[in-house]
Design a protein around this ligand. Structure first.
Ligand SMILES: C[S@@+](CC[C@H](N)C(=O)[O-])C[C@H]1O[C@@H](n2cnc3c(N)ncnc32)[C@H](O)[C@@H]1O
Length: 183
C-alpha cells in the first residue's frame, strides 16, 4: 500500500509515460490534457453527449469518438497506448471493455489505468460500497464503487501488469489502484 501523498505524482508520471497514438477512454471534459505529453497523437472516446461536447472544445481539433469502451470504433492493434482514469467503475461490461482495450492495443502497447476500486471483502468500506452501489449506479453515470477492477485486469490476459494501491483518506476511505498493463 502506497501513501496517498504520492498518488497525484504517480498518476501524472503514468500519464506522462504514454507515447505514440493514445486512446483515452471516458475522457470526460479532458481533465488529463494538462499531463498528457505534447508529442502523442491523442484520440478521445466519450459516450455521454454533454461531456463529449465539452471534450470536443477542449480537444481543439483532435479526434473524439462518440462511443462506449465496450465497442471501440478503431481497428485491431491501432494504438500504442490506452488511458483510463476513473472510468472502469462506470462501463456497462467490464470484461468486454478489457477485451476491447487489448484488441485496439498493438502488441507491446501500454494500458495505463488509475481507478477507484472495491475495498477488501469483509471490511466496513466494502459493505458501504455495496450499499451505495445501487444509488451511484443510478445517479452517478453507472458508477459501481464495489468493483474489483484489479482482479478483472489480471484476468484479462495482459502480458505484464504493474500496479500500486492507494487509499484516499476520509470518513469513508476510498481505495485506488494506479498502474500499467502491457499487451
Ligand atoms: C468519473 S468520470 C472521469 C472522467 C475523466 N476520465 C477524468 O479522469 O476526469 C467517468 C467518465 O467515464 C465515462 N463513461 C461512462 N460509461 C462509459 C463507457 N461505457 N465507456 C467509456 N466511457 C464511459 C463518463 O461519461 C465519464 O466521462
Amino acid at each position: 500500500m502506497r501513501n496517498w501523498s504520492g498518488y497525484q505524482t504517480a498518476k501524472r508520471d503514468l500519464i506522462r509515460s504514454l507515447s505514440g497514438t493514445v486512446l483515452e477512454i471516458g475522457a470526460g471534459s479532458g481533465a488529463n490534457f494538462a499531463d498528457l505529453p505534447g508529442t502523442i497523437e491523442w484520440i478521445g472516446l466519450e459516450p455521454h453527449r454533454r461531456a463529449r461536447a465539452q471534450l470536443v472544445r477542449t480537444a481543439a481539433g483532435r479526434r473524439v469518438l462518440a462511443a462506449g469502451a465496450e465497442q471501440i470504433p478503431l481497428p485491431e492493434a491501432s494504438v500504442d497506448g490506452v488511458l483510463s482514469t476513473v472510468v472502469l467503475c462506470s462501463v456497462a461490461d467490464l470484461p468486454a471493455t478489457l477485451v476491447e482495450l487489448r484488441r485496439v492495443l498493438r502488441p507491446g502497447g501500454r494500458f495505463v489505468f488509475v481507478e477507484h476500486v472495491a475495498a477488501p471483502r469483509g471490511t466496513w468500506t466494502y459493505r458501504l460500497q455495496r450499499l451505495a452501489a445501487p444509488f451511484t449506479r443510478r445517479f452517478d453515470r453507472g458508477c459501481n464503487p464495489a468493483r474489483d477492477i484489479a482482479a478483472a485486469i489480471e484476468a484479462a490476459g495482459f502480458t505484464t501488469i504493474e500496479l500500486d494501491h492507494y487509499t484516499m483518506p476520509g470518513l469513508i476511505p476510498i481505495p485506488f489502484i494506479a498502474g500499467a498493463a502491457t499487451r
